[in-house]
Design a protein around this ligand. Sequence first.
Ligand SMILES: [Ca+2]
Ligand SMILES: [Ca+2]
Ligand SMILES: [Ca+2]
Ligand SMILES: [Ca+2]
Length: 307
Amino acid sequence: MVTVMGQPETTTSEGGSITMSVGNTEVMYLPSADGINAITPPNLVFTNIQKIEHPIIEFDQRDYSWNDKVYLSITDPASNINPNEIDFVGSFNNKKLEIFTDSGKHLDYVLSETGKNSNFFTGEIQLTGFLLGDVNNDGIEDILTSETSGIGPYNGKIGTAQSDKITARYYYAPGEYVDTSVPIRMYLGELGFFMRSYDIAQKPILRLNDYDLNLAYGDKSDIVSVNVKSDSDLNGIVVQLHETWPGVFEGEIPTSQVKTSSSLLVSPGDEITATYYDKTLPDPYAKGEILPILATTQIQKTNQVNY
Ligand SMILES: [Ca+2]
Ligand SMILES: [Ca+2]
Ligand SMILES: [Ca+2]
Ligand SMILES: [Ca+2]
């Protein structure tokens, strides 16, 4: 039984539910099978009325790569204890916030209110992948350790598997919880030249999309090495592409008509082939498998070169 004290105002009555205002608090009530007639003014004693307000829990993306940064939010006015202070939600005050993966990693976590009276709580968790060696082919091992640690709101780390799922579950009252889950999956790299053919004087531009290679966050740009060869230069060269957007890499191929150690020799009519070795593969590829991903472009046959 719920008894509302004071002088509440019924502001809407829609779809069988009723929104009441008591002071600054707006609460929605849903009548039970007994029906809306359960409300008996003027005494305002409601019987068999179920309160349906519950927290909302959300991740910021529909899926994540193995080492993404994950943002989690909870909207829960009931945990905004003090309108003049930043409050927290988590595993205290008879509540519990668990973050876990299908592959068995687990954290008890805390989120902080975004403002003193916002009712909105956020935090972030770094996915820490798993060891796969040198994934961006720059000759340096990339340390993805599966480390799982932290209490929140911003220091959390959680390991992932090649195909996984992350779940956040918030127990906001005894026996009551809300939760949300998002898949963690790896990406097949996509490699391509900007144009199908280039004039011999132009530098071909190559782009790679592989969201698994956003290894550093913030201002630090990542790199990836790819192999490039031409019909005239079968040994080819290694070219570094630079991150222009998280997980998106671009670079110019330094072509020339005179071979040097840092340039790719090209002749009119040549085909140029770039190869990216993707080691961060989704199912059904085996963990540790390496898949070459190719892109080609042509050097135009021109009469512009004077011999
Ligand atoms: Ca507060
Ligand atoms: Ca590396
Ligand atoms: Ca990056
Ligand atoms: Ca990949």
